[in-house]
Structures are given as C-alpha cells and as structure tokens.
Design a protein around this ligand. Sequence first.
Ligand SMILES: NC(=O)c1ccc[n+]([C@@H]2O[C@H](COP(=O)([O-])OP(=O)(O)OC[C@H]3O[C@@H](n4cnc5c(N)ncnc54)[C@H](OP(=O)(O)O)[C@@H]3O)[C@@H](O)[C@H]2O)c1
Length: 279
Amino acid sequence: MNRLGYGAMRLTGSAAFSLGQPSDRQRSIQALRTAVNLGVNHIDTASFYFSSLRSANELINRALAPYPPDLLLATKVGPARDSAGQWLPPAAPAQLRGQVEENLRQLGLDHLDLVYLRVQSRDPVIEHVQALNELSQAGLIRHVGLSGVTVEQVEQALEITPIVSVQNRFGLGSEAAKDRTVMDFCGAHGIAFVPFFAIAGKGADRGARPEEAEHVHEVAQRHDASPAQVRLAWTLHQGQHVLAIPGSGNPEHVRANAAAAALRLTEQDLKTLNNVNVA
Ligand SMILES: NC(=O)c1ccc[n+]([C@@H]2O[C@H](COP(=O)([O-])OP(=O)(O)OC[C@H]3O[C@@H](n4cnc5c(N)ncnc54)[C@H](OP(=O)(O)O)[C@@H]3O)[C@@H](O)[C@H]2O)c1
C-alpha cells in the first residue's frame, strides 16, 4: 500500500475526544473521498473516534462503501467509551470480540483487514493478543497490530501470532521521537511502523500548533512546502517500513498531505531538522 495514508480521528469534530463541536458531515465525507482519489489506500480508524453527532467509522462507510478493493481499513480495540463519550476501563480479553464486531457493524464489513490492540499500560499483552488471535482464526480479522507498546510487548505478541504493524506516538520534536527502539525493532523484524501525531507533534490531541519550530520553517522554505508537509516528509524519511497517517478533516489539508509524499529531503534538510528542540 501507499506509505502516505490517512488518520480518521480528526473527521468527527474539532474536539474528537471530548464530544466538542461535531464536524460538517459533507466536509468530512469530502476529506475522505479526496484522500482516496489521491491514492490513499490505508485509513486508520476506531469505533471510539466519535463526537456527539459523528462517528469516524460511519463517515468512512458513508463516503467510501463499496470500498475500493485495495483499500486497507485499520482499526483499534482496547480503549472504550460509553455512549456519552466518557472513557471506560480498557477492554478485558473477553470484551475484544464485542469491540471487533462493533467496528464490523459500523464499517459494514464481514472481516477487518487490520486490528490493533491499543495498549494503555506496560502489563503483559499475552491474553489480549491470544483473544485477537482467536478472532483471526475465526475469520473476523486478517492481520493483528499493536499500538502504544514497548519492544517487550511486541516480543510477547510475536510468540502468539504475526504482528504486521506497530502504531506508536512519534513525531518530529516530540519527546516520543527521542526513543527509536520500537521503530528500529520493527524495521529489523519486517513490521510496519505507523507513527501518530506526526504533524501535531507536541500538540498531540489538541492538534497542529500555530507556532512552529524555526528549523521546520527553514526546510519548508527551501522546498516551497508547508511545515506540516515537512513533518510528514521527515516521518517518511525515517525508514522504508515507516508509514504516515496524517489526520485532517480539511480537504485542502488532505491534498497538501498527499503531496508531501513526493517531498525529498536532502541530507542538509535532515541535519537542520535534527536541531528541532525536543520538549
Ligand atoms: N494509536 C493511538 O493511540 C492514536 C492516537 C492518536 C491518533 N491516532 C491516529 O493517528 C492519526 C494521526 O494523528 P492526529 O490526527 O491526532 O495527528 P496529526 O496527523 O499529527 O495532526 C493532525 C492535526 O494537524 C492538522 N493538519 C493536518 N494536515 C495539515 C496540513 N496539511 N496543514 C496544517 N495542519 C494540518 C489537523 O487539523 P485539520 O483537521 O484542520 O487539518 C490536526 O489538527 C489519527 O487521525 C488517528 O487515526 C492513533
């Protein structure tokens, strides 16, 4: 699949995690269709991406079904919210089937291409991965991934089932990007590494910040690109196994992000970007 994908978390409204203002349905649908028309064939989603009136999975279904045959829809299980949007304790292994089925219903599918176990602690992942492996054997899941994990947790999972992808936080100038061990482990083991907050960086859930590091601006000017495009290009330069899933509900941003896949950073650019302060 194309290394430049799309993250659906921003589709549902400006404050997707706090039931803030819901997004404009048509604009969100346009953002999704724009992405796919520009060659995106990897969309990251979750049933817990919803605001009061919008669900990312429902928007994907509405915008894209019947799905193009090469489109990979990746979803996540583990975290859960009640119908009012409040976070619940993470799912126990026996609850994962219900979460997988919820994604199937919302996306209008009979099986999911890729399901990440989103881990929220350093506890062993063995029982949860065993539960996903059973769902895989039952034909509900094609591939298993992990999110928010350490190398030790990936190793535990690999004892049970192949892991095709790891989705961890990793963005230029973020504290998370100081530690490359999981990304490098994935590269060495043929596992895709899918960073989140590649554009938002330190902004995290709050999204892209209006102020931007001077070094990012410097490289952007050299290429007549935007800071967000430089951040995406930097992400894709971390390794051939590294994918990008920029999140945007703005069709113009989706276009700009797709174009960032063609941005080739020079050694000088990468040296400049290494000077972006980590905080
Ligand atoms: N596994 C996990 O725990 C986890 C956690 C968080 C996210 N994710 C996944 O990772 C994806 C990416 O994370 P994210 O969406 O939070 O962060 P992101 O892609 O790093 O950044 C999104 C932010 O950047 C803005 N943006 C996007 N393209 C832009 C552009 N070309 N120019 C200027 N601003 C731009 C967006 O606003 P606009 O909407 O206005 O464009 C939004 O504020 C999510 O969509 C989700 O699928 C996974």
